[in-house]
Design a protein around this ligand. Structure first.
Ligand SMILES: *Cc1c(COP(=O)(O)O)cnc(C)c1O
Length: 213
């Protein structure tokens, strides 16, 4: 059995132990189509990519082979890449500012697509990090809902140097307050903690594919 398949099975078993309904999103940024196809052959269907350009290069041919793939955009989205993003991504996890929300609404209406959208929250208000600030999060959720965006949940990347629990709890409570079903949080180093704090989706790369070069 290949190592990628083994890692996926190990992590799925760990996820199941903590939360029966949680989902694994396999993060495949910088990974080759061959490695991704091994994950697909192991039954994995939800994947995450950081960059629109890279996804446009790798995924159309993989999706032809596996039409039930669900591809998540988990890295920054520039407004000039929205059209391309809508062609290849099924879930956009990084809605974090009004200008992006407005343009997304516009392009979604034109394209006739209906991707699931998550709002990225900058749970520690880190200046270098994407995401809507904590204090702006509620008005921004309401703004997005008000213009008719299909907001399904929230996403965060807590600071690496802190314990993540408080940030995970903050995001889960916020999602509950707005009855949003998806809470995307937790990566290779902390997905078990995220699951214990209410994650519905964990995004795991390194623990499956090994270190990225
Ligand atoms: C790269 C990335 C991940 C996966 O990180 P690992 O530590 O490799 O599991 C998860 N979420 C986001 C937003 C990422 O950019």
């Amino acid at each position: 059995m290949g190592q990628i398949r083994k890692n996926i099975e190990t992590i799925k078993a760990k996820i199941k132990k903590i939360s029966h309904r949680a989902n694994l999103v396999v993060v495949s940024k910088y990974k080759s189509s061959e490695e991704i196809l091994e994950a697909c052959a192991a039954g994995q269907r939800a994947f995450g990519e950081n960059r629109v350009q890279e996804a446009m290069e790798k995924w159309p041919s993989i999706k032809e082979k596996y039409p039930d793939i669900e591809l998540h955009l988990i890295g920054a989205l520039q407004t000039n890449k929205i059209k391309d993003a809508l062609k290849v991504f099924d879930v956009i996890e990084v809605v974090d500012r009004k200008k992006l929300a407005d343009k997304l609404k516009n392009e979604i209406d034109k394209s006739g697509k209906n991707p699931s959208l998550l709002i990225q929250v900058n749970t520690a208000d880190e200046p270098q990090k994407a995401g809507i600030s904590r204090s702006e999060a509620k008005p921004f959720i309401e703004y997005c809902q008000g213009i008719g965006l299909n907001i399904k949940g929230l996403m965060c990347i807590p600071p690496v140097e802190d314990k993540p629990e408080a940030y995970f709890k903050f995001l889960k409570d916020l999602a509950d307050e707005y009855n949003l079903p998806i809470v995307s949080m937790g990566m290779s180093s902390d997905y078990e903690i995220a699951l214990r704090n209410g994650a519905t989706h964990v995004r795991v790369g390194t623990a499956i594919f090994g270190a990225r070069s």
